[in-house]
Design a protein around this ligand. Structure first.
Ligand code: PEP
Length: 233
């Protein structure tokens, strides 16, 4: 599974051109494209599934600027990223907000892709295991078992996002195994500075079900390369 997070990129025409290139991608893996919200209505690919980057914690009403889960569902959105570190940090999103968002998504049959990960400071202070365990606990406390089992979990160390830095395989497997213990029935993805050279390192993992790509999602040529590498392994 490959989740493409376009973040706040592509004007309308740029997105149309980008999609033309993605059209050629053979559906060799489950690929989910999460465009900027305004480009969702221009999505017209049949080889790729549609995702969103965020959703409102409100179900409808007087919440200027928000987009609800039912509105996303009405545009055939099937997946939605929740709790991305950029939303937690820049938009002060709390665990409670994330929980409300997950509930709204599930009520509308949209699969949440929930992002979790440690900061650089937490990693340096050997607090990663505690951070991931606590985050998993908080998430599960507020959801039923059935709800938990529907989530896709994305392990995204904050220090790896957009930085060019990646965990080594030992570190990766250690952290993924914490998530696997907490989410034994869920798909687990990794995201953070994946590129066409380092993807091989992640392929060594026995615990990963796929990848979340930010920067690389903007480059169809690199995407095609990644899909080729994944197909050949
Ligand atoms: C992300 O922000 O979810 C991400 C994976 O970004 P990048 O690939 O650019 O590090």
């Amino acid at each position: 599974m490959l989740v493409l997070n376009n973040k706040c990129n592509f004007t309308k025409n740029e997105f149309i051109d980008y999609q033309k290139e993605l059209q050629e991608i053979a559906a060799t893996a489950d690929v989910i494209l999460c465009p900027t919200a305004i480009n969702i209505s221009n999505f017209n690919l049949t080889n790729i599934s549609l995702g969103a980057q965020d959703v409102s914690k409100f179900s409808k009403g007087a919440h200027t600027g928000e987009i609800s889960a039912s509105q996303l569902a009405s545009y055939n959105v099937k997946y939605c990223i929740v709790g991305h570190s950029e939303r937690r940090t820049s938009f002060h999103e709390t665990e409670n907000d994330i929980n409300l968002k997950i509930k709204n998504l599930l009520e509308n049959n949209i699969i949440p892709i929930v992002c979790l990960g440690e900061t650089l400071l937490e990693k340096q202070e050997n607090l990663t295991s505690e951070k991931l365990t606590n985050a998993a606990k908080k998430l599960k406390n507020n959801l039923t078992k059935e709800e938990v089992n529907k989530l896709i979990i994305a392990y995204e160390p904050l220090w790896a996002i957009g930085s060019g830095l990646i965990p080594n395989i030992t570190e990766l497997e250690q952290n993924l195994s914490i998530l696997k213990q907490n989410f034994p029935h869920n798909k687990i993805l990794y995201g953070g500075s994946i590129d066409t050279n380092n993807i091989k390192i992640f392929q060594e993992s026995t615990l990963l079900d796929g990848y979340l790509l930010g920067g690389l999602s903007l480059n169809p040529t690199s995407l095609k390369k990644i899909l080729k590498i994944l197909k050949n392994n």
